[in-house]
Design a protein around this ligand. Sequence first.
Ligand code: PBG
Length: 331
Amino acid sequence: MTVSYPQTRLRRTRSTAWSRALHRETVIGPADLIWPLFVTEGTGIEEPIASLPGVSRWSTDLVARRARDAAQLGIPCVALFPNTQPDRRSTEGKEALNPDNLMCRAIRAIRDAVGGDIGILTDVALDPYTSHGQDGLIDDAGYVVNDETVKVLVGQALNQAAAGADIIAPSDMMDGRIAAIRAALEQAGHDRMQVMSYSAKYASAFYGPFREAVGSRGLLQGDKKTYQMDPANAEEALREVELDIAEGADSVIVKPGMPYLDIVRRVKERFDVPVFAYQVSGEYAMIEAAVAAGAAERDALVLETLTAFKRAGCSGVLTYHAALAARLLGA
Ligand code: PBG
């Protein structure tokens, strides 16, 4: 087919708002969003996070209110991240297994307040609970040991499931953890529990503000490159996804988001599986910094970036801008 001007003028369909609406290939709505929320101890507490302007840690009662806001805005799911008090952190991250830890109390508070009208996604990884800030157990040389860590992650997942989580999201990048978690969930009777695996999670410089938010920034020595992926690799991401699906994941996450849309697209093209992207803390901070510098307009940046995720093939996006975006899109 030869396409030539002036028979073809691609501006024709763009020339009015109604026509642009009619020809729009990608539509984003509140139902495409997952809202990450940080939890802290206490009652009636809001702690703003300096490196994430506009994002706070909330005590469990206020997290429950944010979850109710989410449901009212049409956001189907929230993702919880606890800021564990320093005296509850240990080298083995045992607090992850405490049925009354901050995460479990937040799950129950949301369930009490919102019932089944909201999905609750919980992160499985030990970094909010370890005194060294790594996502797993370490040996004498500081190496994060795989199989011993997986055993603890299984306990953490079962603990979250018992507290009422809907989606278990392992973000630790240990080998074999999806199979182990899935087997344990089935055995415990959690046959409706979803597992959304952070399959392609990169050792990224974009996680800095998150580590401040969960209180692990000052604790972490070294980096996470022996388990999180090399940002230079794409084929390896496909292998990670393939394994996680085979091991029982219902859906997969690519993380970070915007710099990794090529990974989203390749995963989507290769596998028939729901793909989510995490627009991470550093990406949020970049947008806010651009807005603060007068370089761009927030609403437009947020909607454009979220649209790009969907265009690339995402079923949905985890974003700290979820409430704002839902308000913009809901009308
Ligand atoms: C921890 C975890 C991290 C994020 C989500 N879960 C940070 C890390 O791996 O160090 C980052 C999210 C963000 O930056 O918004 N397993």
